[in-house]
Design a protein around this ligand. Structure first.
Ligand code: PEP
Ligand code: MG
Length: 929
């Protein structure tokens, strides 16, 4: 028969799927020789069988549990209901993946009237025993029987009120005894039967409750958000109780073996004397920080330190542990890999590698792209903070800057968040029931609770800012407001919280970026990532400032320098670039056809007839005013572009710069049609400026002639170069002249010229031929023929991908423009679809993800792979990269690695993420020997 129950002595940490994280670790810690209260674990598989059977114990389970109870009674020399050594246990959930606070726990199980009397005799501590009993009744009624916890706490509150005290520990022994009696009375009233006295009845019901708690709405919501499989199930751990509330030489605590907040070394955690574990988390009394324990009880601190070292050495990761001190004896209740902030994750990974606990590869693997994203997230602008109204200061529970509207309830937060609003969830303290609202909030502010309170733990896990235990604020949940000093913050008012400092500000405080150069641990981790990765990481940048920034972030070149903006005006320039572009377009009506004809004739000058035709046309063209103006306009733009390239080449000294020639539809350079129509109509009505009217009418007629139904599929990309003679030649001349200039000045320059939107080899050939001529001429004139450059193309059109073998005959490199390639492969307009239907499709599961963010491997990806393979058949050393938005997205980067690209190129801010993701790809799918 299937084994469903394992003693802690039987399992190990590899058995997480079956025993849950907690169970597997309790077993592992037992074998490590740590002081663990013994017990046994019922498997996760049993939870699923229990669920499948509609909430019934599978056959044989109870008998197996009883056998393990017997073993436990032997190991502990205690017995349920015993008159000399009564056994009390905890019954806890424990899924394979930690779901903090999501499922149920029953403590002090086994307590009843008789056991209470026995324990009083044994310990002589009536207060402790009645307190344990009242806690058990509360938990059992709430968790196991589904009664209102509030009602039971109400019984205790009434006694406190009658005694005129507020703290739990201030209640008299008699008061505690009365509380127990009151709770039992209430139970009978609500359930119609006495509070169960038989520990076996209690145990059976508690196990069922733990299994049932796997399927509560809050647990389901949490799993959905975290992407945890519903089929995983939870294990159920039955463990001997040890008591932190047996007097002031007892206590309960939580400790992280390193700081989960910033990763620094040393114990981090809290300890509450004379209290049970739940008191620490609930924030009922303010716990002592472990750093204070160091001074007050150095021996105990040392013992904890030794344990921390043992478990870290064993688990090779930062651990989050719960412990109890029972009358001076230290017990470890659980250990698990500690959740941590991004900063902490990075520091711990790097430090552990430097300490030799893990290798560099493991360290790099432990840092997630999300960690970097979060670390480099904006923080508040110090100047703006200086000016902002500081409302209060709480605990800096989870770092980061968040701005949002104050919302006082989780459901409303969910509503606002889903409507796209920024929300700060403000609660007295959060509970797992608030998770739906927490998911959509920018950050959390709580009035109570410490660094290990629910809000703090969840915030750190999710990388959201949190200020906890902000006791200065007074929340009035009935009126949905809080007051602090003279201020009243109503629901919907703007708040800004700084989770790194615990500050709470009124209104919206401006944010700034994190200073990457100060993040030494991250920089170190990324250096390791660079050693590992196979892919190059370039950047998309089109000005010197972005190029410098991208280099700081670790980019090793520019994979896409868009040149569109070089046709628009820039501050401080005397001649308008834009006016010259407009002039060029206007004159192109006459000039372009004639120049194209000349270009065509130029190809057959050997034929005397053609030569004569050429000469005649050339003479005509040379004296044509429109052609003169057309050429002059291009000439005027050239020096500007040359100086733009000089700045970029200088910033990218030593690295390649891939410059994409003009790409957008030409009408984008002209005034909008509607605007012109209005102007023409006005001029016509007024009738006082016939000259301007004529000019505008002509401009309007050109705009109308350029009008396209589908401009993204129209006269753009290399097509513009082919239709406007001299346009891309001017750009190439600017690029090469700039290259020559900087090279003379000692810059190591590597220009690559990229032709956009190629669909047919003939387009490529035609552009390539004329551009090469220009480039060669510049180099020859400068006597710099050894300056290496390349001419290649973007792959943005499926036809280009399909005919890559032909295109590679001419193109010296490929770069996937996956924005257009996705648009054209899906036949979905990238400018319109996301807002209109695409995200809805993703929500409905029609598409697994937004294909403009994550590469669609099956469709677009398949084309890419075919293209790489075909291109390299023709040209084995063909350099292939990606410069669409996907180049900075981790899963797309993995795919690019898999299909053998040479590099990814992304915006400067995503460069660090791309470096890490590229290393992860190599670690998961090694390409290097
Ligand atoms: C692309 O299409 O992926 C690309 C990089 O070009 P753009 O986004 O400028 O069209
Ligand atoms: Mg494109």
């Amino acid at each position: 028969m299937e084994k469903r129950v394992y003693d802690f002595t039987e399992g190990n940490k590899e058995m997480k799927a079956l025993l849950g994280g907690k169970g597997a670790n309790l077993a592992e810690m037992t074998s490590l020789g740590l002081n663990i209260p013994q017990g046994f674990t019922i498997t996760t598989k049993t939870c699923n069988d229990f669920m499948d059977a509609g909430g019934k114990f599978p056959e044989g389970l109870w008998e197996e549990v009883l056998e393990h109870v017997e073993t436990l009674e032997k190991t502990t020399s205690k017995k349920f209901n015993d008159l000399e050594a009564p056994l009390l246990v905890s019954v806890r959930s424990g899924a394979p993946i930690s779901m903090p606070g999501m499922m149920d726990t029953v403590l002090n199980m086994g307590m009843n009237d008789q056991v209470a009397e026995t324990m009083i005799k044994l310990t002589g501590d009536e207060r402790f025993v009645w307190d344990a009993y009242r806690r058990f009744i509360t938990m059992f009624s709430d968790v196991v029987m589904g009664l209102e916890r509030h009602d039971y706490e109400g019984v205790f509150d009434k006694i406190k009120e009658a005694e005129g005290v507020s703290g739990d520990t201030d209640v008299s022994v008699n008061g505690l005894k009365e509380t127990v009696a009151g709770m039992k009375y209430l139970y009978k009233e609500q359930m119609g039967v006495d509070f169960p006295q038989d520990p076996m009845d209690q145990l059976r019901a508690s196990i069922a409750a733990v299994f049932n708690s796997w399927d509560t709405p809050r647990a389901r919501t949490y799993r959905k958000f975290e992407g945890i499989d519903d089929k995983m199930g939870t294990a159920c751990n039955i463990q001997t109780m040890v008591f932190g509330n047996m007097g002031w030489d007892s206590g309960s605590g939580v400790m992280f073996t390193r700081s989960p907040s910033d990763g620094s070394k040393g114990l981090f955690g809290e300890l509450l004397f004379n209290a049970q574990g739940e008191d620490v988390v609930a924030g009922i009394r303010t716990p002592m920080h472990l750093s204070d324990l160091h001074d007050q009880q150095p021996d105990l601190y040392k013992e904890l330190e030794n344990i921390a070292e043992t478990v870290e050495e064993h688990y090779k990761d930062m651990q989050d542990m719960e412990f109890t001190i029972e009358q001076g004896k230290l017990w470890i209740l659980q250990t698990r890999t500690g959740k941590r902030t991004a900063r902490s994750a990075i520091m711990i990974a790097v430090d552990m590698a430097e300490e030799g606990l893990i290798d560099k590869e493991t360290a790099v693997k432990r840092i997630t792209p999300g960690n970097i994203d979060q670390l480099l997230h904006p923080q508040f602008d110090p100047a703006a903070k200086e000016e902002a109204v500081l409302l209060a200061k709480g605990l800096n529970a989870s770092p980061g800057a968040a701005v949002g509207k104050a919302i006082f309830n989780a459901d409303r937060a969910e509503e606002h968040g889903k409507a796209g609003e920024q929300v700060i969830l403000v609660r007295p303290e959060t509970t797992p029931d608030d998770v739906n609202g927490m998911i959509v909030s920018q950050g959390f502010l709580t009035q109570h609770g410490g660094g290990t309170s629910h809000a703090a733990v969840v915030a750190r896990g999710w990388g959201k800012p949190c200020v906890a235990g902000c006791e200065d604020i007074r929340i009035d949940n009935n009126r949905n407001l809080f007051t602090v000093g003279e201020h009243t913050i109503n629901e919907g008012d703007w708040l800004s919280i700084d989770g790194a400092t615990g500050e709470v500000f009124l209104g919206q405080v401006a944010k700034i970026e994190t200073a990457f150069e100060k993040e030494t641990k991250l920089i170190k981790a990324l250096e390791w990532a660079d050693e590992i990765k196979h892919l190059g990481v370039l950047t998309n940048a089109d000005n010197p400032e972005d190029s410098v920034k991208a280099r700081q972030f670790g980019a090793t070149g520019i994979g896409l320098c868009r040149t569109e903006h070089m046709f628009f005006d820039q501050e401080g320039e005397e001649i308008s670039r834009r006016e010259n572009v407009v002039e060029m377009i206007l004159k192109s009506e006459v000039a372009a056809p004639m120049l194209r004809q000349l270009e065509a004739l130029e190809l057959s000058l050997d034929d005397p007839e053609k030569k004569a035709e050429y000469d005649a046309l050339k003479a005509k063209a040379d004296s044509n005013e429109d052609i003169k103006k057309y050429k002059k306009a291009l000439e005027n733009i050239l020096p500007f572009q040359r100086s733009d390239f000089v700045g970029i080449f200088e910033a990218m000294d030593g690295y390649p710069v891939i410059v994409r020639l003009i790409d957008p539809p030409m009408h984008e350079f002209l005034p909008p049609r509607e605007e012109l129509l209005e102007e023409v109509t006005m001029l016509r009505c007024k009738g006082d400026n016939p000259e301007e009217l004529k000019e505008k009418e002509y401009l309007l007629s050109v705009v109308e002639s350029l009008w396209e139904t589908n401009p993204m599929l129209g006269l753009r990309g290399c097509r513009a170069g082919l239709m406007y003679p001299g346009l891309t030649e001017m750009q190439v001349q600017a690029i090469m002249e700039a290259a020559v200039e900087v090279k003379k000045a000692g810059v190591d320059v590597h220009p690559e010229i990229m032709i956009p939107l190629t669909s047919h080899i003939n387009e490529m050939k035609a552009e390539h031929e004329k551009l090469k001529k220009v480039a060669e001429k510049v180099l020859k004139d400068a006597d710099m023929e050894n300056l290496k450059y390349k001419i290649g193309t973007m792959i943005e059109i499926p036809r280009a991908a399909l005919t890559a073998d032909e295109i590679a005959e001419t193109a010296e490199f490929f770069s996937f423009g996956t924005n257009d390639l996705t648009q054209m492969t899906f036949g979905i307009s990238r400018d319109d679809a996301e807002g209109k239907f695409l995200l809805n499709f993703v929500d409905r599961g029609l598409l697994p993800s937004n294909p403009f963010q994550v590469i669609d491997r099956e469709g677009v990806g398949k084309l890419m792979k075919m293209c790489v393979d075909a291109g390299r058949k023709t040209r084995p050393d063909l350099e292939v990269g990606i410069c669409g938005e996907h180049g900075g997205e981790p899963s797309s980067i993995e795919f690019c690695h898999q299909i053998g690209l040479n590099y990814v190129s992304c915006s400067p801010y995503r460069v660090p993420i791309a470096r890490l993701a590229a290393a992860h790809a190599e670690l998961d799918y090694p390409k290097k020997k």
